[in-house]
Design a protein around this ligand. Sequence first.
Ligand code: URA
Length: 241
Amino acid sequence: MKTRLDKLISQCAGVSRTQAAALCRAGKVSVDGAVIKSGAFQADLQEQELLLNGKPLTAPPEFLYIMLNKPQGVVCSTQDGLSPTVLSLLPDEYRRRELFPAGRLDKDTEGFVLITDDGALAHKMLSPKSHVPKEYEVLLKEPVREEYAAVFASGMEISGGERCLPAELFFNKDNPFACRVVLHEGKYHQVKRMFAAVGNSVVFLKRIRIGGLCLEPNLAVGAHLVLLHKDVEKLLTRKGF
Ligand code: URA
C-alpha cells in the first residue's frame, strides 16, 4: 500500500512527521535508489527499498512491550496532573504509540511494570481468571512471623471482607524484616492489606516478577528495556520457579 513518505519514515524511524519531512528535504531518504526530497511522495514499504541515511527502513513491530523498573513517586497511569507517570520515563520516540501500563503498582511501590500497546495481552495478563503470578520483595516494619506463611497460603481475608487466593510467602534467612510474596491475582493494595491483616505493615515493596519473567537484575531504577518476543511469551506463564 502506498503511503506518504514522511508518514512512513515517522512510523519506522520513530521520529515526528516534521522531523521526517526535514530528513527528506535534507536528501537523507532514497526510494529504490533515487533520493526523494518531498515528504508527500507516495511509497510502498513492502514493494520498494527505502533507505534512511543509507540504512534500510523496516516496518515497526506491531506491538511494543517494555519492561520498566518503576521508581517510587511515579504513578502507573497515562496522565496525572501532579506526579510523573510511567510513560513520562520513556523516550519521546515511544510517545507516538498508544502505550499504557498493563497493571498498576502503588505510587510508593518500585519495580517491574509492563508498558505495552497490546490490549489483548494486557487483558490476558490482568484477567482475574488468568492467575498469572506476580512476585514482590517486601520489607516490613516488624519482623516476619512464621505463621504468616500458613495464613497467606490459606486464602486469607483482608480489609473490606475480601478473600484472597492462596499466596506464597518465602522467608529471608539474612533479614528477619524481609520476605518475598507471590500473588496469583491483583487486588487493590493487596500486599499491604495482607500484612495489615496479620498486624504488620509494609515499609518497602518492589515487584520482581510477572508470570515467568523476572525484572532484569541490572536494570537501574527508572530505566527500561524493550522485550523480545520470547520474553513476552513468558509474561503469561503461570508456573513459578
Ligand atoms: N500490593 C500492594 O499493596 N501494592 C502494590 O503496588 C502492589 C501490590
